[in-house]
Design a protein around this ligand. Structure first.
Ligand code: OGA
Ligand code: ZN
Ligand code: ZN
Length: 442
């Protein structure tokens, strides 16, 4: 799949812009402005004045002002005694500071920096604050909100917006790449991780059909997350009494894996080692894989059925499983949201969902909301469905994209997938580092 730079920098309109990507959208805008807008050059200090309540008022030459509390300034002193110069880790013991600490003196020094001599230690501790640093970390004091919490995530703006997809849009820019390109070049790996980030699903073609090859793919950007199913697991038709429905030929309806763990794995990979070629058979041999963008369905629900959306974001559901005498159990709403109301995770698996425990009046609204969400999810217009053929590997965001497979006749179909999980932040951290290098080169 060819990637153009413009797809990363410019707002796309493949699918409607949705709530789930609001925060990312803001970050993307900041990327564009940082790179293009000269007005973003940090202002210098015009004046600094002691104010009431152990505060200094800082006035920038753009006439923006921010109130900095003395305790905050002292705690965030950047001197080598307070921040280790080599690791940049903080050395100040914040809880040991005097909450009523005051400056002995406070002024703008010859270099245009805010300079404070503190009352502690007989006036021997001096701090200097760069105007750009004050401007960056003063944002939440200027705006009186928490929105600048991402001020320190210097790399995050290089992440593009999520692209929410349905059957038509995903087929129109199918997120696939050859195994060789991804394994052999950093630009290939960057593009593959970029697709994985944006769509929550990315396919590799032509992966050698050797057992364990999936581990080599993962090692390219992270390491395998071991679970109770092992380092890697085989989805093969070998029904063992009491083991797992996946190891039979039954259909697996849309789901996300392992909602019963304290945190469901963020990234899942499935590598097809064996499958019947549908072209060689006169009827569909079954065992087709399908994937649906849960964030798009959630966003559809929020726009069209807000009451149902509220039910799914606020009703805790217990997911449990017993495997070989071990039990795992966790409680999640089907749709998790963050403080801004954006959907951050989907937890959906009808096989491991336990009886709803809620006030009686919530029961019918819950089933109503669950049905609305599920019907939309299962709508063929929402789904990416295809036959994985030997050499295909699909990676997907298990907290965003739901997956499943159609049933197959185990006597006719020889099907073998190998799968594993990865901590998704490992994949994203590798992606961020490749993005940084890529943009530096431009
Ligand atoms: C699973 C699963 C998919 C498949 O094992 O959880 O979703 O295609 N398997 O067999
Ligand atoms: Zn200091
Ligand atoms: Zn699964």
């Amino acid at each position: 799949m060819s990637m153009r730079l413009s797809t990363v920098l410019v707002k796309r309109t493949v699918v409607p812009l949705l709530q789930t990507s609001r925060a990312l959208h803001t970050r993307e805008k900041s990327l564009v402005s940082v790179r293009a807008d000269p007005a973003i050059v940090p202002p210098s200090l015009m004046s600094v004045l002691p104010a009431h309540h152990l505060t200094t008022k800082v006035i920038f030459d753009t006439h923006t002002t921010a109130d900095f509390k003395y305790i905050w300034l002292r705690d965030n002193c950047q001197c080598p005694k307070c921040v280790d110069p080599s690791t940049k880790q903080k050395l100040v013991d914040s809880p040991a500071l005097d909450l009523n600490i005051k400056p002995l003196s406070l002024n703008i020094n010859g270099e245009g920096k805010l300079e404070i001599t503190w009352s502690e230690d007989a006036g021997t501790h001096k701090s200097e604050y760069d105007p750009a640093w004050l401007f960056k970390y003063g944002q939440s004091f200027m705006q009186n909100n928490f929105a600048s919490d991402s001020a320190d995530m210097d790399i995050m703006p290089l992440r593009p917006e999520f692209e929410l997809w349905d059957r038509t849009t995903i087929w129109s820019s199918f997120p696939e790449m050859s195994y060789n390109e991804m394994m052999e070049s950093d630009s290939g790996l960057r593009q593959w991780l970029d697709m994985f980030y944006k769509y929550g699903v990315a396919v590799l073609r032509g992966v050698p059909t050797e057992a364990g090859k999936i581990v080599d793919v993962v090692k390219r950007f992270a390491y395998v997350k071991e679970t109770q199913y092992g380092h890697i697991f085989d989805v093969i038709n070998k029904p063992v009494e009491g083991s797992h429905l996946a190891y039979s030929g039954v259909a697996l309806a849309h789901h996300t894996d392992m909602n019963y763990r304290e945190k469901s794995p963020g990234m899942q990979l499935l590598h097809c080692l064996k499958a019947n070629d549908p072209k060689m058979s006169d009827s569909d041999p079954g065992g087709r894989s399908f994937f649906t963008d849960g964030f798009r369905i959630a966003s559809w629900l929020e726009e069209n059925e807000p009451a149902a959306f509220h039910v799914l974001t606020s009703t805790p559901i217990r997911f449990s499983i017993k495997n070989e005498g071990r039990q795992y159990s966790a409680l999640w709403p089907i749709l998790c949201t963050n403080a801004e109301g954006d959907v951050t995770e989907v937890h959906y698996n009808n096989r491991t969902m336990k009886p709803l425990q809620a006030p009686t009046h919530v029961v019918t609204p819950f089933y109503h909301a669950y049905k609305l969400f599920s019907d939309k999810l299962r709508d063929p217009a929402s789904c990416l469905e295809f036959n994985m053929v030997p050499g295909d590997l699909v990676a997907f965001n298990n907290r965003r994209v739901l997956h499943g497979r159609t049933s197959f006749d185990a006597t006719r179909v020889d099907r073998h997938l190998q799968g594993c999980y990865v901590d998704i932040d490992e994949a994203f951290s590798k992606y961020d580092s490749l993005q940084t290098r890529f943009y530096r080169k431009l």
